[in-house]
Design a protein around this ligand. Structure first.
Ligand code: ZN
Length: 293
């Protein structure tokens, strides 16, 4: 930060450089706004961000900008840093996509005109010389942090991290879409309903939500920004394969994300297979499934 500040001071003393002067103006204005974004009301932050998107586009020094087709107004790479983990050395990259006129997941709730989606990419090794292993993981506070045994999220996350580390290269895309996009509080209410006998799909629908609010457009755009055109996707969810292929990212292989079942989430896995079309890889001869050559 100090280095950047001194660089900005140097730039300020060099009025011939227009772009440097622009960086100063957004350096002083944008950073306080970004802290606000992390700390307070999301919708208000969306309004504030309108002031920072254009200046960010003016500078690609530390925030790369990509202008994909709808639904995103913009996708920004916000940060790129070293990230040592128990599985090995990654880079951690932060991305934000601004979605115009987001489709409501619950018709009874007000939908903002714009929504900011955030996601993280953990990148290990050489991801360009051959199609890398990729996992698109949706945030699950209860599973990822507390090791919940209501679902298999944590096990799938660890499986993917382990596979990437073993291969020496790969990308984990982590989307902040708690509860398949309905949010943490709604997910906990859905848990209450599940305790009363609803399954995971019925509970979401009882609360007015779609069974799955995710569309996986942001991870697809992130892969494009990372220069990755084909992947080996770790998933049992055909919708993730379709989402990537629909935007031109080739899934050369689907790698199973099947984890050992626990009695506490066997019913949850069964509902994912029966109602959400997830692929059943419990028969070993069915994995890995090559989708195209
Ligand atoms: Zn979970």
């Amino acid at each position: 930060m100090r280095d950047r500040a001194s660089a900005l001071e140097t730039a300020a003393a060099t009025p011939s450089s227009t772009s440097s002067v622009m960086r100063i103006s957004f350096g002083t204005i944008t950073l306080p706004l970004y802290r606000t974004l992390a700390a307070s009301d999301r919708y208000a932050a969306v309004q504030q961000r309108q002031f920072r998107i254009q200046p960010l586009r003016a500078s690609i020094q530390w925030a790369q900008t990509y202008n994909p087709p709808m639904p995103f107004d913009s996708v920004l790479k916000i940060a790129d840093a070293n990230f040592p983990t128990r599985w090995g050395q990654f880079r951690i990259l932060g991305f934000e996509g601004v979605v115009a006129n987001p489709e409501p997941c619950n018709e009874s709730l007000a939908t903002p005109m714009k929504r900011v989606e955030a996601a993280v990419a953990l990148v290990m090794g050489d991801i360009h010389s051959s199609p890398p292993l990729v996992r698109i993981h949706s945030q699950c506070l209860t599973g990822d942090v507390f090791h919940s045994l209501r679902c298999d999220c944590r096990q799938q996350l660890e499986l993917a991290m382990g596979m990437i580390a073993e291969a020496g290269a790969g990308i984990l895309l982590y989307e902040q879409q708690e509860g398949r996009g309905i949010g943490l509080m709604a997910k906990l209410r859905a848990y209450e309903l599940q305790d009363q006998g609803f399954d995971t799909v019925e509970a979401n629908e009882e609360l007015g939500y779609k069974a799955d609010c995710r569309v996986f457009e942001l991870p697809a755009e992130m892969l494009k920004m990372l220069g990755v055109a084909s992947v080996r996707l770790i998933t049992n969810n055909p919708e993730k394969v379709a989402a990537l292929e629909s935007v031109g990212i080739e899934v050369v292989e689907r790698v199973s994300a099947e984890v050992a079942s626990e009695a506490t989430f066997e019913k949850y896995l069964q509902v994912k297979r029966d109602k959400m079309g997830h692929i059943d890889d419990r028969q070993p001869e069915r994995v890995p499934q090559r989708l195209s050559s």
